[in-house]
Design a protein around this ligand. Structure first.
Ligand code: SF4
Ligand code: SF4
Length: 578
């Protein structure tokens, strides 16, 4: 009897231009025209593989999309997985940050309402009998919660009164030939500004896999230098000023820093896969294959600031190395070594080594400029140099005596967590009060399972970590899974989740479940055309609408359950050094 056979799926089985939301299939003529435009005409196509030529990448990983007046193209705070080149028409980019930027309501963001004290109390008996109840009107779109409209076959959020927005908020016009969105797509960070169409416009959208491959095979680095120039020009100064070291820098000095900063990329871009492999192989030797950025014993050429990704700090230990800490975006390596060198008037070697975990982007600021900043601080009375070498919050190392435990936390990538759930099994009596409290706060359906890997006497249950780099968002077609701009938690919008399960398959921690949804009488909600039950993604939302914070932590009668921000060395030590 012959065995059933299937054709193995391939990357370009479905070109980007045939995915939902596209207008027209990309043709060979479209590609030929694109190749005449900057930066494609500056790319050396001879370095590309025959099976992965520049033409094929453009044909399969790019699409031409049209926008109407006011259509939002990218939204501040959303996770980006593609970049845009303006082909015709104009777009506007918002220039202000913080309170002066476009408000959430007009950007179609759902305003999360906190439950009142009475609602929190009464949920004990007023929850629906069935789990995962939704209002049918919201799921069906009969009651739109946002300014959405169908533009060229694609549901878009739009600004209702573009002229009023232009009068009230500071924006800049971008014209044909401009690129935007590449920093978020390649840096795996959120969009820093909202961009919308002014009048009718036509853009080339290219997904991150395509940008990655062009960067990889373009031997002359045309696109790479374009992207670096854009980051240097538009975003580097404000990125650096997030660290206290640069906050008081004079404009003149900051300008020189921006000019002389160097950018480096290490490791594999497709980071959700290596993290999954790490999780499935707890015995992996931690140092295997990690590119070294600064070696132990080397004199640093400057300080290293993490732009995206995670880096490991380790030290020689007998014949091997031990992990002593890790750095996440915005954190700095090498400052205290330069400070010590200035104090001793002779360059000092690094006592630790810095290496890249997964895909890492860094900015290096030359040592001479760092010394100039420190001297400037010294003369203005902000005398960091005469102080003991600064272990700023940005370069703390974690002190946990059990190095194997710290190594496991890093190898399993739990260092991604801004709210890692940890249960101390020496205290836990398995009463399940935490699970019941979670169910009460979530309409009778708990959002985590009290089961997971055990590291020493700590269990890490299967629950969302609220990652620094939430790879679950990468391919969400509607942006339904997003980072709450207020609190930074990763949450799912029931009104826009279409149940495609991309997030669940991308999450390396299996923290997302796809569930059948029901109405308040307990009936399954089904698709009106296919009659198939509708599913949606659910996961821990950190009880975002509860006044008292995560119900699980609050409910534990034995003080055994913690939510740990793995970026906070003090919290990590408090919990894991118990
Ligand atoms: S769902 Fe998964 S990838 Fe996304 S934030 Fe939570 S743990 Fe991280
Ligand atoms: S299942 Fe919902 S939240 Fe997840 S990727 Fe699809 S639309 Fe987004």
């Amino acid at each position: 009897m012959s065995e059933p056979s299937v054709t193995r799926p391939r990357r370009w089985d479905k070109p980007f231009s045939l995915e939902a939301g596209s207008e027209n299939e990309m043709t060979d003529t479209d590609v030929e025209e694109l190749l005449q435009l900057t930066p494609f005409c500056q790319i050396d196509s001879s370095g590309f593989k025959r099976s992965l030529s520049l033409q094929e990448i453009l044909k399969n990983d790019a699409r031409i999309v049209g926008f109407d007046d006011g259509d939002i193209i990218v939204r501040r705070g959303d996770w980006g997985s593609s970049a845009f080149l303006i082909l015709s028409g104009n777009v506007r980019v918002e220039l202000e940050r913080g309170e002066s930027s476009l408000p959430d309501e007009i950007l179609g963001r759902r305003h999360r309402r906190m439950k009142t004290l009475w609602e929190s109390f009464s949920q004990l008996w007023r929850n629906h009998r069935e789990a995962e109840v939704r209002e049918v009107a919201e799921v069906s779109g009969a009651r739109p919660a946002m300014n959405t409209r169908l533009t060229r076959g694609r549901t878009r959020i739009y600004l209702q009164e573009v002229s009023a927005v232009l009068d009230k908020y500071r924006t800049a016009r971008l014209e044909p030939g401009h690129w935007f969105g590449e920093l978020a797509a390649l840096g795996r960070t959120s969009r820093v500004a909202t961009v919308f169409s002014e009048g009718v416009s036509q853009l080339l959208e290219i997904r991150w896999q395509g940008i990655r491959d062009i960067l990889r095979y373009d031997t002359h680095g045309g696109l790479k230098s374009y992207i670096e120039d854009a980051f240097r020009e538009r975003a580097l100064a404000s990125f650096l000023r997030t660290d206290p070291l640069f906050q008081e820098c004079s404009t003149e000095l900051m300008q020189r820093i921006v000019e002389q900063a160097e950018f480096y990329t290490f490791g594999n871009y497709d980071s959700s896969r290596p993290f999954k492999e790490l999780n499935s192989n707890p015995l992996r030797i931690t140092e295997t294959g990690e590119p070294v950025i600064i070696r132990e014993g080397e004199t640093p050429r400057g300080i290293v600031m993490i732009r995206s990704g995670l880096a490991r700090i380790s030290q020689r230990y007998y014949q091997g190395r031990r992990t002593v800490g890790y750095l996440s975006p915005g954190q700095v390596f090498g400052l205290e070594v330069i400070q010590s060198g200035m104090k001793a008037s002779v360059s000092q070697p690094c006592q630790t080594q810095l290496s890249a975990i997964g895909h890492l982007n860094v900015v290096v600021i030359p040592k001479e400029l760092v010394e100039e900043i420190l001297e400037q601080q010294n003369t203005t009375g902000n005398n960091a140099v005469t102080e003991p070498p600064r272990l700023s919050p940005t370069c703390q190392t974690v002190k946990i005596d059990d190095e194997a435990l710290l190594g496991q936390l890093i190898d399993r990538n739990y260092v991604q967590g801004t709210s890692l759930m940890v249960i101390d099994l020496d205290r836990c009596t398995r009463c399940d009060d935490c699970v019941r409290a979670c169910a009460t706060a979530h309409d009778n359906n708990p959002r985590f399972i009290r089961h997971g890997p055990v590291l020493n006497h700590f269990m890490v249950p299967s629950s969302c970590l609220h990652c620094v780099d939430p790879v679950c968002m990468i391919e969400c077609p509607t942006g339904a899974i997003y980072r709450d701009l207020g609190q930074g938690d990763i949450v799912i919008n029931d009104q826009t989740c279409i149940g495609c399960a991309q997030c669940a398959s991308n999450c390396p921690f299996d923290a997302i479940r796809m569930v059948d949804i029901r109405d308040s009488r307990g009936n399954l909600i089904v698709d009106s055309k296919t009659h198939a039950p509708l599913t949606q993604a659910t996961k821990c939302d950190l009880c975002i609408d509860q006044r008292t914070g995560p119900a699980c932590e609050r409910a534990c009668p034995h003080d055994a359950l913690f939510r740990v921000d793995m970026q906070d060395a003090v919290q990590v030590e408090e919990v894991f050094a118990r």
